[in-house]
Design a protein around this ligand. Sequence first.
Ligand SMILES: [Zn+2]
Length: 309
Amino acid sequence: MKCAYCGNEAKGTKEHIISCAILDLFPECYITFDNARHTSHESDPMVKDVCAVCNNQRISYIDSYAKDFIAQYFTKKYREDDLVEVEYDYVMIQKMLLKYAFNDMRSHKWDCSFFEQEIIHYLMNEEDNVPKDNVTVMCGVAINVSPVPDAMFGNLKLRWCKDPILYANSTIRNIDYNTGQVYLNDNIEIEKFEDLAVSYLFKFNSVQFLLMCWNKESDKIKQNNIVLECQYPYHLMKAEETKAVLPICTDESNYHHFEHIHVRWDGLFEVGLMRKYASGGKFVHKEEYEKEWVKEEQKIIKEHPRGKK
Ligand SMILES: [Zn+2]
């Protein structure tokens, strides 16, 4: 086997697609749903084309950062009125998402030509810490603002997908406030970004990251970043920044359908508010269900302790 990182011939070792240390934070999510292969299983998502040296010595510093970052801020759930401020290292966030995307793409045998020498060097070397201008990262807090409990669609705290759908306009045409009727937009457009090479969306419990990788020679990156920053309810992470207050990036629909990224002005945000006010300001039944679910999770964790997998 040729190692995906160093290129040397070696025996392949099991590399977690999302680092094992992050999976360890959520032992209740013990089932892997593999939609691409139409299967589910109890082992962790893996790829087996990394040599032992790269896996254990060269790229593991990324996992340590990733685990600390997620553990510090996102193992807990947030409410709509919480202020979520994070301290972050932009280079490490870029590396973490690039690594996971690269792992996932290899596991599907997709075209990995974006991950050429320079990006591989960036990932393999902790001291290579000049952020990549052709990689954009956006970040937002995922909060279930819908009336539907989280677990109703499965225990889906950790999710990732290639090619998320970025909308260009609202999914709602208008709302009749007298009757509460919602009129859907029958002319929904998808935003096209020029020179986009790879895009991914990651959800780690209460945070979502959007990763956009642009062709290196592109002169559209600045323009694309402006569109992204203005159009979506995510924070555009920056190399010169160390702290950020993260916006809520989910509405009542795409909290559950996470691969759909709605525009900031999507009517769904308002539909959610209207629904909540109509229910007296809170979703009583959802809250009761979720209290019970927390107890259920504790049982699941006991029944499925995470060992070496
Ligand atoms: Zn290697």
